[in-house]
Ligand binder design. Structure first.
Ligand SMILES: [Zn+2]
Length: 424
């Protein structure tokens, strides 16, 4: 095994200095390839990364990457080492982390090697079961969020062989790997600490972007517990942080800073949201009352390029409160179209609402423009002229937003109305 300073470490250095465009470090980062970071420690930089540890009893994979990258992961790992895979660990059950094992398992069968073992959090199988229950929903969500052309959401999971609820230390072929459960992005998350290598594999508790902790279309996230996990990791003294997405972070001071500042970002959102909730505020007051830590959000590893920290406030509301936003009219509401028709009548027609929306958009009041154009289209769902305005407004809104999640939703709305505006 020859150690080279290659593209991955070069990317790591440039990313830390903030020299890369957001798209190169955010969770959708392009596949860079495999690199040996230390003797017996490899790192596969893909859309979602794989950490490969060579032990005396075989390889240990920390995460396995996605269906899209499985072939490349297999080939690159095999170029580095011909040894059998002894154990694979899922840091969590998201589909981009758990679909990279098929080729390794085929190979083990062909060569009559002992079967590899998969270890995950005890809640991981429940996640897979939920994905099977909601496959269509998740396909639609991913189509909106990532702009996939066809709905696709795989559900033929490689289930774990062993699960854990408490911290567990693996001793495999002379290498110690400590697994620590930690709720954060998911309820089935864990991170791995290799004490001898001073190396931390964080899974998606660190992703080179503002934490995926608010996601508007997905299930509950856990901001407070996430921050606590980052604080636990901060004191380990890691020399290397190997994230779920994006390049490694090297050197103890940088690792500490990245973990501390990510924790600080979450902590201020949690504190402010809880303070307002404890005063009995309604959701509207909370959404517009919480102040974002702009200096932290400017860090190359905390930019809101994927999730939006404003969505984390809503996740906290859902976690500690309920779904009701505090507006009594929203408790058992009229159909939206009924309200929209009543307001359109008062305004002098749906097109009057639509014109007002376009004026608001040209005054740079895009959130207001979106409210008005939704009312206009709900009042006149077949009016191609109104849909034309809606397509323009959501295209502008998309351009004005930074997070992939907001941009995906606004782009889907613009696309929907663009199609309906061409019917006349
Ligand atoms: Zn991920």
């Amino acid at each position: 095994m020859v150690r080279r300073m290659g593209a991955v470490l070069e990317l790591a250095e440039r990313a830390w200095r903030g020299e890369l465009a957001e798209t190169q470090v955010q969770p959708g980062t392009a596949l860079v390839g495999f690199e040996e970071l230390a003797p017996r420690l490899g790192f596969m930089s893909a859309f979602s990364n794989v950490v490969v540890v060579a032990t005396d009893d075989g390889l240990v994979l920390l995460d396995t990457s996605s269906l899209f990258h499985a072939k490349r992961v297999y080939e690159e790992v095999r170029r580095w080492s011909p040894t059998r895979v002894h154990t694979a660990v899922y840091t969590h059950g998201h589909v981009d982390h758990v679909f990279g094992l098929a080729a390794f398992e085929d190979e083990a069968r062909q060569r009559s090697w002992p079967a590899l073992r998969v270890i995950a959090h005890e809640r991981c199988p429940e996640r897979f079961a939920r994905y099977r229950l909601t496959q269509g929903w998740n396909a639609a969500v991913n189509q909106r969020q990532f702009g996939f052309p066809r709905p696709v959401f795989p559900v033929d999971f490689r289930e774990p062989d062993e699960t854990l609820r408490e911290a567990r230390a693996l001793e495999i072929g002379g290498t110690r790997i400590e697994l620590q459960p930690a709720r954060g992005e998911t309820d089935d998350h864990l991170y791995a600490w290799l004490p001898a290598e001073r190396t931390l594999a964080t899974g998606d508790l660190f992703i080179w972007a503002s934490p995926n902790c608010g996601n508007p279309q997905k299930v509950q996230r856990y901001p407070r517990e996430w921050a606590q996990a980052l604080r636990q990791m901060e004191v380990l003294g890691a020399e290397r942080l190997l994230p779920g997405h994006g390049p490694p972070i090297l050197g103890a001071p940088r690792v500490r800073q990245a973990l501390r500042e990510t924790a600080e970002l979450l902590e201020t959102l949690v504190e402010q949201t809880l303070a307002l909730m404890n005063q009995g505020a309604r959701l509207d007051d909370v959404l517009h009352g919480v102040r974002l830590p702009d200096a932290l959000l400017a860090r190359p590893y905390l930019r809101p390029s994927y999730d939006d920290p404003r969505f984390i406030v809503r996740n906290l509301w859902r976690l500690y409160g309920g779904w009701w936003d505090g507006d009594p009219s929203h408790l058992l509401p009229a159909p939206e179209a009924e309200l929209a028709r009543a307001l359109a009548e008062l305004a002098g027609g749906a097109r009057a609402l639509s014109d007002a929306a376009e004026r608001a958009a040209s005054d740079a009041r895009l959130p207001l423009a979106c409210h008005l154009i939704e009312l206009a289209t709900q009042a006149a769902p077949d009016d191609a002229h109104v849909h034309g305005a809606r397509a323009r407004i959501y295209t502008a809104r998309r351009e004005a937003e930074q997070s992939l999640m907001a941009r995906g939703i606004y782009a889907a709305a613009a696309l929907d109305s663009a199609a309906k505006s061409e019917r006349d």
